[in-house]
Design a protein around this ligand. Structure first.
Ligand code: GAL
Length: 416
């Protein structure tokens, strides 16, 4: 009897422990900045997918497009010894955390599922550190897009602008129609997103030398002055209330016909879709004039942090769920992005999604795929933030183009 009692107690203890372990194993805590309507709808696809596999979701949203605020909160969490299971992250930030030894290891699952063969090299350079998988890429976005209100474009003659001059003519027409020509959000990362496209429109080589190679002569060139002059010109088409406006509210201005065009990455499409709008009918997607065929990309990845052993199984299941081809299609259709795998069929995607996938493949094949400066795929955060600062001050009229060029050279030198 005594023996039986002890056994029961031991069993209860064992059961308690295993239940606790099971609970931890079935939960993921996810830090992200997907808080707009379209972003939240996409995130929901992931949440539901995991829930269908018995994994519960602890949400840790940190609002702020581009993720600057999320990265600050993350730093505080990790410093406090309390890292989340998975964190939405961009490019060089992933490598920075890997260098600090803060990330886990996904090699086993990546090998079992053959990720090496289906995830393009451009993404793998950020999903792997020292040869080990540390993050699961969920999508590929790109920043050199225009989102145009179709009715406004029709009134302007219906032709998609193919050059800088045609773009300016379209903006003038929007002005004459009595709408705000450009729906802009005056936040540094949004100014920088526009700058990605403007710099690329002056040539692939120019973009590469300036932002990938950080070549001082290019950063300080007359062509860079021209890029800033173009920013000044575009600035003259925004409304008085643009300062500090969230990007999704700028998208809403185009959706509602209050503005003609937004220059933004294809997460903007998520907002149009969420509002029930159709490409070709309600809005038009096209590449920034002068950048056709080239792509400045950024990929959202879930960086997997070192967590206690009981939490690793759910973490690995989350990574596996993210790379599942069916999930990749379902998620990216809603998010506005292209899949992170090259073997996902494009059938479920709308015209803009199909174009995103085709452009990406072509740009990669033709050597015209470049990491986005604005979204952390060209440089580590220190350099990115130094560029943000100059671009924003110039866009807000605090610096002339000449001075911005000089400041850009010294800011980048100081941050390198
Ligand atoms: C980007 C991110 C996108 C989108 C956007 C605005 O950096 O890659 O997924 O969410 O920020 O929040």
């Amino acid at each position: 009897m005594r023996k039986f009692l002890m056994t029961t107690a031991a069993m209860a203890l064992a059961l308690g422990v295993s239940q606790g372990a099971a609970r931890a194993a079935e939960n993921v805590e996810v830090l992200h900045w997907w808080t707009s309507g379209g972003e939240a709808a996409a995130l929901d696809v992931l949440k539901k997918d995991l829930e269908s596999k018995g994994i519960t979701w602890t949400d840790m949203p940190v609002a702020g497009g581009g993720g600057t605020e999320a990265m600050t909160v993350l730093r505080a969490r990790v410093t406090a010894g309390n890292a989340p299971t998975a964190v939405q992250m961009l490019g060089f930030d992933i490598l920075d955390w890997a260098k600090e030894g803060a990330l886990g290891n996904l090699d086993e699952i990546a090998a079992k599922e053959g990720w090496d063969k289906v995830i393009p090299g451009a993404l793998q350079q950020f999903s792997k550190y020292d040869g080990h998988w540390i993050a699961a890429p969920v999508n590929v976005h790109s920043t050199n897009w225009l989102w145009i209100n179709k009715a406004a474009l029709d009134k302007a003659g219906g032709k998609e602008p193919q050059s800088w001059d045609e773009l300016i003519a379209m903006l003038d027409n929007f002005k004459a129609q009595g709408i705000t020509p450009i729906a802009a959000g005056g936040q540094p990362w949004q100014d920088a997103t526009l700058f990605d496209a403007v710099v690329l429109s002056l040539g692939d080589d120019f973009y590469k030398k300036a932002f990938i190679d950080l070549d001082s002569a290019t950063l300080g060139s007359d062509k860079m002055k021209e890029a800033f002059d173009r920013m000044t010109k575009l600035r003259s088409y925004v409304d008085d209330n643009f300062s500090g406006r969230d990007w999704n509210l700028a998208s809403a201005m185009v959706i509602e016909g209050k503005a003609g065009v937004q220059f933004m990455g294809d997460w903007a499409k998520g907002e149009f879709i969420k509002a029930g709008k159709t490409p070709g009918t309600d809005f038009v997607c096209m590449r920034f004039p002068g950048t056709q065929g080239a792509v400045t990309f950024n990929s959202d990845q879930f960086a997997m942090f070192k967590v206690s052993a009981d939490k690793v199984p759910a973490q690995l299941q989350m990574a596996s769920a993210i790379e599942n081809p069916t999930f990749q299609s379902a998620f990216n259709v809603v998010k506005g992005s292209a899949p992170a795998r090259t073997d996902v069929p494009n059938d479920a995607f709308d015209a803009c999604g199909k174009k995103a996938m085709a452009d990406l493949a072509d740009a990669d094949k033709n050597g015209r795929l470049f990491g986005s400066m604005a979204h952390g795929h060209a440089n580590p955060a220190a350099v990115k933030n130094a560029i943000y600062d100059v671009v924003t001050r110039q866009f807000n009229g605090e610096l002339s183009s000449e001075d911005a060029v000089k400041e850009l050279v010294s800011a980048v030198e100081g941050a390198k």
